[in-house]
Design a protein around this ligand. Structure first.
Ligand SMILES: *Cc1c(COP(=O)(O)O)cnc(C)c1O
Length: 393
């Protein structure tokens, strides 16, 4: 299937089937153990992530179908599916780092990843330097002999900051620094491995599933030996994906090309309408010409910038809270990539401990609202947004 377009491949996933059968869709293998006639065959199964199935913490046919589908999608050499996005990020960071290693990471990171890096620094002796992610020269300045990993996000939350992945991977070319990219916000829109990235991580909870019915994650590797190192650590860590969640994720992947394309279209439409509204001070969406990384986005995300946008309400913190509580069709909740539209006001929820200055340092305004655009008709979404803007102003 590798010669076909992503939307074709998405509905013909690699199916691991019982001998001699050809199921059209991926079956659920709800068993934890596979038995053997010969001890040597069982021993050989321990050798790596592509060997025979023996114990489902190390591999399961449904989970492997998901891993193969995502490997094809990202153009990798192999993948590890996990119980959550954080499970994938933990498996990768803990599998590849040891005490004394140095990590360069961009400042605008998913909250859980930021907390994990702080934890690795405080308790495990990993050193971390945060850089803004605007200029690859930041990486040249931060590199040390002990630097092992560069950690980036394609599109960051909630500012929709876009990182120039080819420029940043070029900054560590010729070193043994591995680049890891969280591509959760831009599945299919960007293929980080094509830009020299070594490991891609996804929260499958978001666009992959798309239907709000699972928690899951996947890490995809360019190099089989890096895959093997992380797989080996994951056996000990235990963030294994469940077969049923993997099955729902594969099902979600079938429609993801259509969903992401439509969500990107609707998000751009709403971003333009918001930008023209008098109660809105600023809109953050990579496909708007005034976005700080618009040029990078045109290169890196030529088919669309995804379903997430953010905007600043002129009325500040109170206006943001009222808006997020007043939308009716759109739900208030901390997720994204769903078929149903979702809204978040960081200053009154996830970031409520922060004052205006601390928020500003993270690139977030007191009136910043994040919108994850779903598959509703954009006119219906706009009607809901307009009535909430009226009440919030
Ligand atoms: C949600 C999310 C995660 C964490 O994924 P879970 O599936 O919730 O563990 C990581 N990175 C990004 C960008 C996310 O949006």
């Amino acid at each position: 299937m590798t010669g076909h377009h992503p939307q074709t491949r998405a509905v013909h996933p690699p199916v691991i089937a019982p001998d001699g059968s050809r199921p059209l869709t991926v079956p659920i293998y709800q068993g934890h153990l596979f038995t053997f006639d010969a001890a040597d065959d069982l021993a050989a199964a321990f050798a790596g992530p592509d060997q025979a199935f023996f114990y489902a913490r190390m591999g399961n046919p449904t989970v492997r179908s998901l891993e193969r589908a995502v490997t094809e999608m990202e153009g990798g050499a192999g993948a590890l599916a996990t119980a959550s996005g954080m499970g994938a990020i933990n498996a990768v960071l803990m599998g590849l780092l040891r005490s004394g290693d140095h990590v360069i990471a961009q400042t605008a990171l998913y909250g859980g990843t930021y907390a994990l890096l702080q934890n690795l620094a405080e308790r495990w002796g990993v050193e971390v330097t945060f850089v803004p992610g605007d200029d690859p020269a930041e990486v040249h300045g931060a590199l040390r002999p002990t630097t092992r990993l560069l950690y980036l996000e394609t599109i960051a939350n909630p500012t929709t900051h876009v990182t120039d992945l080819p420029a940043f991977t070029a900054a560590v070319r010729g070193t043994d620094v591995l680049t890891v990219v969280d591509n959760t916000f831009a599945p299919l829109l960007c293929k980080p491995l094509d830009h020299g990235v070594d490991v891609v991580v996804h929260s499958a909870t978001k666009y992959f599933s798309g239907h709000g019915d699972i928690i899951g994650g996947v890490a995809v590797f360019a190099d089989p030996s890096v895959h093997h190192r992380v797989w080996k650590h994951a056996l000990e860590l235990g963030p294994t994906a469940d077969a049923f969640a993997a099955w729902l994720t594969v099902r979600g992947l079938a429609t993801m090309p259509m969903r992401v394309a439509r969500q990107s279209e609707s998000a751009l439409d709403l971003a333009r309408r918001l930008a023209a509204h008098p109660s809105v001070a600023r809109v953050h969406y990579p496909d708007l010409p005034d976005h700080p990384q618009h040029e990078v986005a045109r290169r890196l995300l030529p088919d669309g910038a995804g379903g997430v946008l953010a905007f600043e309400l002129a009325g500040g913190r109170e206006a943001g809270r009222v808006f997020s509580e007043t939308v009716e069709l759109i739900s208030l909740g901390p997720s994204l990539g769903n078929v149903a539209s979702l809204v978040m006001h960081p200053a009154s929820t996830s970031h409520r401990q922060m004052d205006a200055a601390t928020l500003a340092a993270a690139g977030i305004g007191e009136g910043t609202v994040r919108l994850s655009v779903g598959l509703e008709h954009p006119d219906d979404l706009w009607a809901d947004i307009e009535q909430a803007l009226r009440k919030a102003t």
